[in-house]
Design a protein around this ligand. Sequence first.
Ligand code: FUB
Ligand code: ZN
Length: 655
Amino acid sequence: MRENTARSSVLPVAPSRGRLRPLGLDEVRITGGFWGRRRHTNATATLGHCLDWMERVGWTGNFRAAAEGRIHRDRRGREFADSEMYKLLEAMAWDGVSHDVSHDLSHAAEIATFSDVVASAQEPDGYLNTAFGRPGQQPRYSDLEWGHELYCYGHLIQAGVAQTRAGGEGELAKIARRAADHVCVTFGPGGIEGVCGHPEIETALVELARATGEQRYLDQAALFLGRRGRRTLADIEFGRAYFQDDMPVRDATVLRGHAVRALYLASGAVDVAVETGDEDLLAAVVRQWEATVARRTYLTGGMGSHHRDESFGDDFVLPPDRAYSETCAGVASVMLSWRLLLATGDPRYADLAERTLFNVVATSPSEDGRAFFYANTLHRRHRGTVPPADRDSPRAESSLRAPWFAVSCCPTNVARTLAALPAYLATADDHGIQLHQYADAEITTVLSTGRPVALRLRTDYPSGGSVTVRIGRSPDQPWTLSLRVPAWTRGATVWLVEPDGVRRAVAPGTAEVTRVFRPGDEVRLELPVTPRWITADPRVDAVRGTLAVQRGPLVYCAESVDLPDGHEVDAVRVDPSAEPADGPDDTVVVAGALAAPGPEHDAPWPYRTPDEDSAPAADPAGIVLVPYHSWANRGPSTMRVWLPTEEPARTGTGR
Ligand code: FUB
Ligand code: ZN
């Protein structure tokens, strides 16, 4: 792998080598459009919302209670509640540098205040956790299976790295360093030979090694990685696969167990592989990613189909109405794909990141950024109830987006992802600049020759598929602008608009334009976003006899609020012989029918022989579909992504 001489340090992921060099938050600015709007909401509503809730439910108070010696009595929340403070501080750090920061959006005051609060709870040897170790509490590291102490450090370290990279070493970065040093002493050679039940520390320690140049953090991450799968954790009711401790990381062939744990661990494995030059480990994660994407991933990019243990199901067990598809698993999947993209340059990783960003990460927050989905079902059978605005909700069971959860990992994970999003858009290499995700954006960087370039992206993505790149500044030498052509594309074209060039067809993969660019040159990529039917591998039995619709990167769904006369989505039947068509305001219209309730509706027993069956009357109708990410913003509704094409066998022949 090539050495990476990153020009920017304002990066959530800064590998020292790899096929591509990421461009940082000081090089890429998102200026508007789909992601610009969401980032604005994140900055102006979500961050403050999360902070208010953390105060309200007492999770920030835990740090104060620890400092004041009353934590054994007053602690609130689950054992990993500290981590939400850290994820929120990380989000604030990235957000502060990634906006055109008017003073009140820098979050510097909140970061300073809450860093002091966190610091007050840190022990002299660097230990920091409000759930363990003080009089009246369980001893430190007495419950590696469920205690989350190292997991919490992982998020603390990521927050510290964010602060260092966003603006220089502040209090948070110092707290994180002290905690990381404590981890190296306590779990390093000669120390506790254990791993955390929830991976996260691995990727965080590698990033700290990258940020500080300190080898011991990388060594500790590699040690944790190597220890995983040696069965040091107890054989719990879900089995050791739940925390990926059933077999060594490099022996696994597919991601398994708890989805967020598996994806964070795989991210850490890529980081360790890249930094240590371990090609076998990298190849193992690539194989696991391929198998997981081929057999264990929802159309939305969502991962995890078991509610009971938040885990991956077996191959092709992807029931839409039981999709867990935790928001955090979506975030973690983007983290993994981004790392693999940087290491290999393969655009399929950016394809999955795009799918997951638009259909999982963007689905979680409500339009106002103050309520969230934790689980992202692909089929809701019953209109839910509106979760209370003044109480936290049980995590996965909220029927609409909820303001906060008893386990509230997802809101802060969305917040930190949106805050750092500009750093997931573009990269550079020796040939030029690569654009992986499309958003209204401005990019200023230097090529490997040391010459500055400036680009401006304008796009109507994902409503439309037109991407225009205007060159603002460029050296007098040729270089290559690469644009990802998503795997869903048919009939894409690329051409020079200014000066006039020849339009050329491009296949999914990468479109390249190489020339001596002049200021004012414009390259356009046209990606037709015609809506299309999607079918599933027949082994996804749960969606047999159904079709879904995708338009560009967006998955669509039927929602009861768009059906006439109070119909629910179980009435929808679609006609696959007619192609889906564009409707107004980003909707799609499909031909189909609304079936009247069939005999089964009031039947005392839901099973019959085919001769007892009869097809319900159906009214032909144009059925309006909306982008999946936008559902449940108009009150309680039923919803489905996979739409039945026909009734099950109804012969009526009296066999
Ligand atoms: O255990 C910490 C977080 O809480 C996990 O990542 C989520 O799945 C939720 O269980
Ligand atoms: Zn979560």
